[in-house]
Design a protein around this ligand. Sequence first.
Ligand code: HEM
Length: 225
Amino acid sequence: MASTSIGLKILMAVTGVIFLLYLLLHMYGNLMALGGKETFDTYAHHLRTIGEPMLPYGGMLWIVRIVLIASIIGHVYAAVTLWARAGAARPQRYSVKKNIGSTLASRTMRWGGVAIFLFVIWHLIHFTFVKPAINSSVSSGEVEASPFVMVQSSFELWWMVLIYAAAMIAVGMHLYHGVFSAAQTMGLTSSAVARSRARALGAVVGVVIVVGFLIPPFAILFNLV
Ligand code: HEM
């Protein structure tokens, strides 16, 4: 079942929904930065103590990480297999490639996905595993001690905000088409009305994620936090 094309599409849709739920929680958490240092640092600490004493310190974070790693493996496996099958079905390229009925978002799913994957690796180096003090106004000890200082010192730099803004636009476009595609896989796009509803949902999700994620970096850049 999982290797049939519809099985792979279901795998993509389900893992995509898991990512979306994670992103909504992550975005909500990031918005805590608007409350200032104490609010954000308390929240970041709380993330590690959820479930104690049933779970060890940081236990919930590891459960989330394992679910995300399993989802990424499933999502990428399905994407690459479907991509290879689409290539094998028509080995020679179309001589005139007209993108009839396709959108920029739908045509950039593959390379957009690769770009988002690379962004996540850099993002993990930046904020989770290495935490380099990129801004010379703070020391690596200060960055290590306070998640708020880490985030604030990063987004005081305009070029860092630019990198994140570009990445969030890529994520927003991927979600806009991804939500529509998932709805299609679930059989929710059989009429014109249903299709336009699925597109509208994709647009709302994309805009909420882009705007919600970019509020804290811009608020920091413009000294509002
Ligand atoms: C403006 C946008 C974003 C900001 C400011 C941001 C900020 C952060 C911060 C501060 C952390 C470290 C949290 C902590 O250790 O307490 C983090 C972790 C993480 N972020 Fe983001 N993030 C953004 C967008 C994204 C996006 C779009 C994705 C996925 C596509 C993502 C995926 C992750 C992951 C997987 C982690 C690691 C969580 C863990 O296992 O510790 N982030 N982010």
